[in-house]
Design a protein around this ligand. Structure first.
Ligand code: HEM
Length: 163
């Protein structure tokens, strides 16, 4: 996840997606960076205004994205959370010091991501919304589906396989 997020070394994001963060006055954002970004992203306007995801080299695939995170200058909350006192801090630090490691692990993760396959045919049912459904005779719920109570209703959040 950390390596893949490094894709944010290029590209931009729209104001409405980072507005909360830059106006939060939180401790996980550099005050100067927040103030600069506020200029291009007003509180009540400019939803579509763009800012670079990597403020240093927005058009180069490099490791500045990780260096920014260490300085609390990640644009999106989902970027900064990778360096916020948690278990991924050490990976961010490592990538910020070792660009070739970042690049090779990014490539590896991209290949893995390309191998993710959706369930098709009889392999399962993907439910778009949380639904209640009655237990049907001859149908077993997979272990992914927690039971609600004894009323005969289960919560469908995963796959249902026929016996
Ligand atoms: C935690 C997972 C991720 C989250 C929450 C996330 C979120 C976002 C958001 C909110 C934007 C801005 C979109 C906009 O303003 O319209 C963005 C842009 C972008 N993301 Fe991600 N992203 C994630 C993972 C990835 C991954 C895995 C890749 C590629 C491997 C990626 C590549 C990009 C690129 C290149 C842009 C810039 C697009 C542009 O400038 O047109 N992101 N992402």
């Amino acid at each position: 996840m950390v390596a893949l997020s490094g894709a944010h070394t290029i590209g931009q994001a729209q104001c409405f997606l980072f507005r909360d963060r830059i106006y939060s006055n939180g401790s996980d954002i550099d005050a100067g960076f927040a103030s600069t970004r506020r200029r291009g992203c007003p509180v009540n306007d400019g939803n579509g205004n763009l800012a670079p995801l990597d403020l240093v080299t927005p058009n180069s695939f490099d490791y500045n994205y990780f260096k920014n995170l260490i300085q609390k200058k990640g644009l999106l909350e989902s970027d900064q959370v990778l360096y916020s006192g948690g278990s991924t801090d050490s990976i961010v630090t490592e990538y910020s010091n070792n660009p070739s490691k970042f690049k090779s692990e990014f490539a590896e993760a991209m290949v893995k991501m390309s191998e993710i396959r959706p369930l098709t045919g009889q392999e399962g049912v993907i439910r778009r919304i949380l639904v209640l459904f009655p237990k049907l005779p001859g149908v077993v719920e997979s272990s992914q589906i927690p039971q609600t109570d004894d009323s005969g209703l289960g919560i469908g959040i995963g796959t249902v396989a026929e016996e």
